[in-house]
Design a protein around this ligand. Sequence first.
Ligand code: MLT
Length: 392
Amino acid sequence: MNTNRNYKNLQDSYLFATIGQKVKAYTATNPDKKIIRMGIGDVTLPLAPAVITAMQNAVAEMGVPETFRGYGEDYGYEFLRTAISEYYIKKGANISPSEVFVSDGAKCDVANILDIFAAGSTALIPDPVYPVYSDTNIMAGNKIIFTHGNEANGFLPMPDESINADIIYICSPNNPTGAVYNKEQLQKWVDYAISKDAIILYDSAYEAFIQDDLPTSIFQISGAEKCAIEIGSLSKTAGFTGTRCGYTIIPHTLERDGMSLHKMWSRRQSTKYNQLPYIIQRGAEAAFLPDGLAQNKKNIAYYLQNAKLMSETFDGLGIRYCGGKNAPYIWLKCPDGLKSWDFFDALLEKANVVGTPGAGFGSQGEGFFRLSAFGSKENTIEAMERVKNFLK
Ligand code: MLT
């Protein structure tokens, strides 16, 4: 048999798997150390009460014949698609329920969406960024062009007219840098995508962390309905990393090659995917209704307070960083010109704090380091004390 040889071009293991292995090896030989994990962006606050109540009610419904449900609706229950559509309409993005496709998370959608693009497409990918974009394009055998984010452009690369791409990835707030595009900048990306006949894949997984007057959806930008797909997630915004729920928005107006991308994705999903459990979809719906939104807003404020504490620590240490204001990540310059993985090892061994090496997000991330604000306040305070003692 022939294997997919593109896999030979991947690094041996996925970034967060490598970190997990390293931490496991360290704790095996140092069982008495209290490790503080600020690596993977995994939430720690429990699900909002409104979400729990909705799921409990749904469990009860599943337990009696009158309300029991078997297979769900192909693209997500109408009640959840409507709740998501209303969330977008409130922010000025005119999205109908039928343009929303529910799924088990943004990571899967970001990966699976490549099914509707021709093999051998050219992807324009920011560097540094969430490694799933490049890994999945490598797996698909696509051509990748990296667009560099750096201190000079505030980690917000802008379009280059000389580059032609089929797929353009934008992540705002950016994972890992926490940098957020403003309206004018996103307008330039939309205009560029239209002029190149390209499609923007807009990852809005961290949109709920935006506090300033900045776009939280690509569909707030004029013309996006002709060139963009948005992928959202409840993982970070409603604490669903373990519960799972994401969604992809594809406007009916999005066409290429005489084909409707909406129809292609509908076809793909109904063939290859069987939807989230009813119970989870009821919980997700609650996250978009007033009580759930208010409760999750408090959780986001809690994480942002951690981010503030971290920013203040690095301000005090005179270490340059990006993010931490409209995002749950702090992207800092490694001290003393250290490389990312060297700083990772030093921080783990000397301070027992786990972060994510910037180099894991692309070559431009070398020399940088990401810390997550998703821990508890107590752990964040303690981690910052340890970081101060280690770096002073
Ligand atoms: C991260 O830490 O970058 C994210 O948690 C990874 C993910 O969302 O899959």
